[in-house]
Structure formats: C-alpha cells, structure tokens
Design a protein around this ligand. Structure first.
Ligand code: DGL
Length: 278
C-alpha cells in the first residue's frame, strides 16, 4: 500500500523510520511542511490551513492512508481533516497512557514517581491532550512542560550542541527531575534528543514516544501485519535504504537535491541510534 506521512518538518522522519521497521513492505511518501515549520508557535487557524494543504497534496499523490506524524497538527487539525477526507487518517497521541501504566506495573518505589510530558506550546494548550490526561491520569501524576525552541534546534541539526544543552538545562531547572519515572515525548521532533534527556533524569527514568503506537494503529486500520511483533529493538535498518525507497517532498516540492537527501540520510542515522533508547 502507499502511505503518506506528514509533519511540519523533520520530526516525522522518526515515525517514517518506525514504519520501515514494522511495515517494511509498504511504499512511503514523506511530506515535510518546511515553509511553515515550526507549527508549535503558530495560531490554530494557520496550522489548520497548512495541515489541509499538506494532507490534500498527499491524497492527490494517490496514497491509501495518511499518517499525521506531528502531535501539534494532530491536536489542532485531525478532527476537521477526518471530516473532510474519506481515507484513513492516523495521528499521533503522546504516550501518556503507556507511561502511567508503566509506573503502575513497575516496582512499588516507582508507583510514587511522576510522568513528565514535554511538547510544543500548542499541543499542551489544546483540548485533546487535556482530555487524554483526564482519562488516564487517575492519580494526578502527570506534569506538563512546554519546549518552545526544541523544534528549532532539531531543524538546525543541533542535537548535541552547547546551545541545546543550555536550553534543556534551563527548561528542566525548575523541576526536581529525580521524581520522574517516565518522560513522554509529545512532539516527534523531540526524538532526536533522547541521549541528551538521559543526562538530566535518573538512569531508570523511561522515555516514551508515540511512534510505535501510531504505526501499529496504521497497521490495524489497513489490516497489515507488523513484522516485528515482539518489539525487538535491536533490529537495524540502513539509512541509505530508507532514503532510496522514500519519495520526499518539502511543502509540495519533490526533493531530488543530493544535499537535501544526504541531510535526510544523516537524520535517519541519528534516529536509528536514538530509537533503542528507552
Ligand atoms: N513534529 C511536530 C510535533 O510533533 C513539531 C511541531 C512544530 O513544528 O512546532 O509536534
């Protein structure tokens, strides 16, 4: 099947990467709305318009389903998009439920630990996340922290830079990070920094992203069987293969410039390294 994935920028490549792991036989088109990234600081009206244009573009390319590989666009636009378009539209959900369940199921000590959700300001202010937390956070253990600039650092490929480190330090400074047993990445761009979060939290703080859940949901909707049912994190995928097999677009323009493709290849290498970090 032909599947379109869409994000404001490079964050959605982490969802594409997961798709190649779990559903390697499908055909993928990736759309990054780079003319408008970051979404996280835009108005809901703007995001709704960009999301409509991007998803509409993918549908014209003949995809069988669209994955909105962006938490911010999901928060604002998934409902109107599903009303407007008939094909399956799969979206992101911050992994708050698995994180809470993880704390419940882990040791007695971790039962008292908390969950920290980091995301863009738009995702944190939207109703969708509020409702999810109301539903699953029965013991009021979930805290929220906006990271308005992290998308920008990801787009600039500043994964381990001093500036990024200083930014994370400043954002986490007001928190007692010792009390967190789970960190939820509520933005697909945040997957690039998994190794950096590790230095701010206790060793056994578990990191959750929503990528696997999203691709499994895609598989269910399209009646496809994920190849990697046991979630074996060690399996490796070559970035070169992903780049060769994917049709990439940036805001409606086909990417065929070797420098941009090389950029995407580097990002896939980075994401493959980050994927196993939990
Ligand atoms: N990858 C998007 C997300 O998951 C980033 C949004 C942005 O462009 O600010 O929220």
């Amino acid at each position: 099947m032909k599947i379109g994935l869409y994000d404001s920028g490079i964050g959605g490549l982490s969802v594409l990467q997961e798709a190649y792991h779990l559903l390697p036989d499908e055909e993928y088109i990736f759309y990054a709305d780079t003319d408008h990234v970051p979404y996280g600081l835009k108005t809901s009206e703007e995001i709704l318009q960009y999301a409509g244009e991007s998803v509409g573009f993918l549908i014209e390319k003949g995809v069988d389903a669209v994955v909105i590989a962006c938490n911010t666009a999901t928060s604002v636009a998934v409902k109107p998009l599903r009303e407007r378009f008939e094909l399956p539209i799969i979206s992101m959900e911050p992994a708050v439920k698995p994180a809470v369940e993880y704390l419940d199921a882990a040791s007695e000590e971790s039962e008292d630990k908390r969950v920290l959700v980091i995301a863009t300001p738009v995702t944190l202010r939207e109703e969708k996340l509020r409702r999810l937390i109301e539903r699953v956070d029965v013991r009021h253990r979930v805290d929220l922290l906006p990271m308005p600039r992290l998308v920008e650092f990801a787009e600039k490929e500043q994964f381990g830079s001093e500036e990024t480190k200083a930014y994370l330090k400043e954002r986490f400074a007001g928190l007692n990070t010792e009390k967190y047993g789970a960190l939820v990445l509520g933005c697909t761009h945040f997957n690039y920094f998994k190794d950096m979060y590790k230095s701010f939290f206790p060793e056994n703080t578990r990191i959750f992203d929503g990528n696997e859940g999203t691709i499994r949901q895609l598989a269910r909707r399209l009646s496809l069987s994920p190849v990697n049912n046991d979630g074996d994190m060690m399996e490796h995928i070559e970035a070169d293969d992903i780049v060769k097999r994917t049709e990439y677009y940036t805001s409606g323009r086909r990417v065929d410039n070797p420098e941009v493709l090389e950029h995407f290849r580097r990002l896939h290498v980075r994401l493959e390294d980050m994927r196993c970090l939990r």
